[in-house]
Ligand binder design. Sequence first.
Ligand code: 5GP
Length: 179
Amino acid sequence: MSQPVELHGRLFHPFISDTQITERTNELATELNEVVGLETPIALGVLNGAILFHSDLIRAFSFDVEVAYLRTRSYSGMKSSGKVDIEWPDDLSVTGRHVLLVEDIVDSGRTLVALTKELHERGAARVTSVVLLDKPAARVVPFKPDFMGFEIPNAFVIGYGLDFDGLGRNLSSIYQVVE
Ligand code: 5GP
């Protein structure tokens, strides 16, 4: 973790360690254990970025949970395209359910605003957003996650599920771009 990594010719320096991520993820799960009552929620992971956070978070829950995923796309390279595409799985129903929306990062806010709206339109009884990283300075549309791991500055990050043009998702800690 102490060494910088190079992806597609760009340098990224160590930013949040795997130990810090594990500790914070377990804290978030403990908070969620207190919020989720007797109902069984659906932990809906947003692909691809939330893969590692989602799988670590759900393993720390002490309540029964169903697991589902959907895919969104808005980023190309280090820039947000401004448009959010949601691929809704044919077999996913959220009607009357409590949905834990699990996302890697909130940046402009567009993805989570679009997903929250979609979930309510599809009849979710309750939507609780859980994000690992929050970049409040990058917000274009207002959005405040219900649960948040780390607040970070407005700089591009990779690792622990987050990619730079397809690379870096498998790194177990998070790195920040060197400008
Ligand atoms: P938003 O819709 O809030 O602008 O962006 C959400 C999505 O953009 C995230 O799910 C993530 O895929 C991508 N994203 C935003 N900031 C970063 C970043 O710093 N690094 C990477 N790799 N992806 C990001």
